[in-house]
Design a protein around this ligand. Structure first.
Ligand code: ZEM
Length: 306
């Protein structure tokens, strides 16, 4: 049972998030990684041109977005957070999900990500449909390469004109230092293999660090021999670590690679860039009024490309 905290006491909510992160019978005993993935998938549907998608509304609870195969398994995260929202109905799901992602990153040893309340919730699928439009197929596909990453993040507004785009894509990808691939969610791992039923990217998948970049840039990654989707592996001392094709693309692309190497060397730089990029991600499409509230009013689509 979660605790009821006074309205507006977001530190109190953060403390409750830390409590639900402890899940002895789930993955590595922590809900942290899947909470971060929920905040990311709730936000990463944003389109700058169409001006829809994004974390405002918490549309992932409803209809098509809930059923999107890209979101498979995120109901775990939604359920972990449900008791907090039930005990504190004053906080919206959209605020809770983004705050939980931010607090999980911090609790796992990562940086402080800027966060602001004010998001609203869609009441049902028809309200969600009306506001969000068609946002299917917007989340990235791990089987693809560098140009796909540029397309997907470009749609969110991380555009060619912005100097920081390459850093931001690479920094955000560093979140794969957390968690695992699950056969029953993304299909990117095989439960038939006794060596690793669900592989992580790094040795300690509940600690936020720059390990992902260190391993990506120093270990030898070979295509896994199996009948599942293409992925890469490195086995050392009986432990299987994995990389998706999109992770490998960061090393193949010279512009992305430069940042992989920088972050592998400099954890402080990674933390700083990640905090900025993740803070920006959870704000995409959250159009606040002067009092900070992000009403569910759909802004007009913009002309042309981001
Ligand atoms: Zn992920 N991600 N992601 N990601 N991700 C998975 C797991 C996690 C991609 C992707 O296809 C996948 C970002 C970017 C991208 C996390 C955070 C962030 C999984 C495995 C896949 C397939 C899901 C499963 O089977 O459970 C692709 C292609 C991305 C493009 C760059 C960004 C950005 C993230 C946050 C900033 C996290 C934390 C996980 C681990 C989830 C868990 O349950 O353990």
């Amino acid at each position: 049972m979660a605790k009821a905290v006074p309205k507006g006491d977001y530190d109190g909510i953060r403390a409750e998030v830390r409590k639900v992160m402890k899940q002895p019978n789930y993955d590595d005993g922590s809900a942290g990684p899947v909470l971060v993935r929920l905040a990311w998938h709730a936000s990463g549907t944003f389109s700058l041109v169409e001006h829809n998608g994004g974390s405002n509304g918490a549309g992932l609870r409803h209809g098509k977005e809930a059923a999107d195969p890209a979101n498979a398994g995120l109901y775990h995260a939604i359920e972990f957070l449900m008791p907090i929202q039930k005990a504190n109905p004053w906080i919206t799901h959209a605020d809770l999900w983004t705050l939980a992602g931010v607090e999980a990153i911090k609790a796992m040893g990562g940086p402080d990500v800027p966060w602001q309340p004010g998001r609203m919730d869609y009441e049902d699928e028809s309200q969600a449909e009306e506001h969000r439009g068609n946002i299917s197929d917007r989340l990235p596909d791990g089987a693809l390469g560098a140009s796909h990453l540029r397309d997907v993040f470009g749609r969110m507004g991380y555009s060619d004109q912005r100097l920081s785009r390459k850093q931001e894509i690479v920094a955000l990808s560093g979140a794969h230092t957390l968690g695992r691939c699950h056969a029953d969610r993304s299909g990117f791992d095989g439960a038939t293999d006794p060596l690793a039923e669900i592989s992580p990217w790094v040795v300690n998948p509940t600690r936020f660090s720059n390990q992902y970049f260190k391993l990506l840039s120093t270990r030898k990654w070979v295509p896994r021999k199996w009948d599942g989707p293409m992925q890469f592996e490195n086995i050392m001392a009986g432990e299987r670590l994995m990389m998706l094709p999109t992770d490998m693309a960061l090393m193949d692309d010279p512009i992305f690679k430069e940042w992989v190497l920088k972050y592998a060397k400099d954890q402080n730089l990674f933390f700083k860039d990640f905090a900025n990029a993740f803070g920006k991600l959870i704000e995409l499409g959250v159009d606040r009024d002067d009092s900070g509230f992000a009403h569910l009013v759909r802004k007009a689509a913009k002309e042309g490309k981001p």
